[in-house]
Design a protein around this ligand. Structure first.
Ligand code: CA
Length: 218
């Protein structure tokens, strides 16, 4: 799961990002509304955590523009205590949930899980399935009908992303942005290396799926 967090309070943002990472989420941070919007409209995030009071562009405006551009990523709004009007406004503008600051991190994690479930991409217990291959996020095991193999966290994220994209062509740039993030040193070569790991593991478990390369496309 990849999360975009748009929050200008540096300490709060970093503390939450740290906790999310410890819970196996990938997190990108944006410190103002304009940059947050630029990130959000790429559509690569599974959930967006969006503060309301932000420099350059407020969270409600960001949310409205995201929805106007038909980006349906679930959004959790963050609001300061007592700003009831903001909450109503946020929900009316297309937010899926909200949290009043300060909030217990356990609550944020629970809301994220709930939104992840609602998103409908994940099956029971978060297991992802495509053809005869199943991914279990709790154990990081990839299984076919005959065998199973453990994946590294990175391999797991990549395989999950590819499986959710199903038969669509996925460019290496999309993969890098989704799995490694925008500000990464990772290049196309790394993607190729990970794809080759995954192909080996798929053949190891005699899976009925394959990862194809389309020359010049992805
Ligand atoms: Ca703020």
């Amino acid at each position: 799961m990849k999360i975009l967090m748009v929050e200008d309070e540096k300490r709060l943002a970093e503390a939450i990002a740290q906790i999310l990472k410890e819970n196996n989420y990938l997190v990108d941070l944006a410190r103002d509304g304009e940059y947050g919007l630029d990130c959000a409209i790429t559509g690569i995030y599974d959930i967006i955590i969006l503060d309301i009071m932000l420099p350059k562009k407020d969270g409600i405006s960001v949310l409205r523009e995201i929805r106007r551009k038909k980006i349906e990523t679930p959004v959790i709004m963050l609001t300061a205590k007592g700003e009831t009007a903001d909450i109503v406004n946020g929900l009316d503008s297309g937010a899926d949930d909200y949290l009043v600051k300060p909030f217990p991190t356990e609550e944020l994690l629970a809301r994220l899980r709930a939104l992840g479930r609602r998103k409908g991409e994940l099956m029971q217990d978060g297991i992802v399935q495509a053809y005869d291959v199943e991914l279990n996020p709790n154990t990081l095991y990839m299984s076919s009908q005959s065998d199973s193999v453990k994946l590294s966290a990175r391999e797991f994220q990549l395989m999950e992303f590819l499986m959710k994209r199903n038969d669509m062509v996925t460019s290496k740039n999309m993969i890098i942005e989704k799995i490694w993030g925008f500000d990464t040193e990772a290049d196309e070569h790394i993607v190729e290396v990970y794809i080759s790991f995954l192909r080996k593991k798929l053949s190891c478990i005699e899976a009925g799926v394959e990862i194809k390369t389309e020359r010049g496309l992805g």
